[in-house]
Design a binder for this molecule. Structure first.
Ligand code: PLP
Length: 283
């Protein structure tokens, strides 16, 4: 695989980054994951807008303009003949002597991109649905910034796996915040989609925005509000969204089946509608 590191396209085995890189020492960096279908990028402009916001919130310097970043995405997709999967992008504050204070102005940010091939459409998860286990949300209070500080979500996923589930839903003050790497939704018995409103408590998912737009276009009712674990267990359907999973059904929460215990009809429709719209606008 060919990867991009700080200006160079190199085979992955030859890619290097400084041991002093602040991404490594402090998780001082942000990232984006953009889905690729048929060699095209989904929701690219929205991912760049969120990247800009993450950089700004952390006073991280921008490595380059959006069109130059787009060119790197396309070059990597081409060089790796990527049909289906995603492009990962990471910006860190660069390499400097280890110090909690940010390095002097002019320190070059690091920019790393790579592709991962993944059979993202016909997945077993999409067909059979996910089981989730609830865990306390012990992350920091700025989950709206897409930082590479992912240790807790990683631990939460392992905790869920140890309980026989596929993923975790994180819970704060009795309300579901989100999944380890996705936004969380339920469908009420009346057929309304409920998902937590945007705040610093969750990542502002690009797929979330697209799915809510699609719901509005198809006349599906949406309520943006927090929901409890109990409400979720009594819901008709549940699902998650992310650039990696698109719309994926959730069929059990803490071993309690959601609805029939099978992927829900509205969920399946939302997945199809989302994919159709995302493909139509892919670049
Ligand atoms: N929430 C968290 C914590 C995430 O890490 C992600 C994606 O990685 C999402 C939500 C979904 O965001 P998006 O739809 O932009 O992939």
């Amino acid at each position: 695989r060919i990867v991009y590191v700080n200006g160079a396209y190199v085979p992955e085995a030859e890619a290097t980054i400084s041991v002093f890189d602040r991404g490594l020492l402090f998780a001082d960096g942000v990232y984006e994951v953009t889905a690729v279908i048929g060699g095209k990028l989904l929701d690219f402009a929205a991912h760049m807008a969120r990247l800009r916001r993450s950089l700004r919130e952390l006073a991280l310097p921008s490595p380059m303009e959006d069109d130059a970043i787009l060119a790197i995405h396309r070059e990597l997709v081409a060089r790796n003949a990527l049909d289906l999967g995603h492009v990962y992008l990471m910006v860190t504050r660069g390499a400097a002597d280890r110090d909690f204070a940010f390095p002097p102005e002019g320190t070059k940010p690091s920019l790393v991109l790579f592709t991962q091939a993944r059979a993202a459409i016909e997945t077993p998860e999409a067909t059979r649905g996910l089981k989730v286990a609830t865990v306390p949300d012990l992350r920091w209070a700025r989950r709206d910034i897409k930082t590479v500080q992912l240790l807790y979500p990683s631990m939460a996923k392992m905790e869920a796996r140890s309980r026989g589930a596929d993923d975790a839903w994180m819970v704060e003050d009795g309300f579901v915040t989100e999944g380890t790497s996705n936004n969380a939704y339920i469908v009420t018995q009346e057929g309304t989609i409920v998902t937590r409103s945007l705040s610093n408590a969750i990542l502002h998912g690009i797929t979330r925005a697209a799915v809510l737009r699609t719901a509005a276009e198809h006349g599906v009712r949406v309520e943006e509000r927090a929901f409890t674990v109990d409400e979720a267990k009594g819901a008709r359907e549940a699902f998650i969204t992310s650039a990696g999973a698109f719309v994926t059904p959730v069929v059990a929460i803490d071993d309690v089946p959601v609805g029939t215990g099978m992927p829900g009809e509205l969920t399946k429709r939302m997945r199809a509608n989302y994919l159709e719209e995302a493909l139509r606008t892919a670049i």
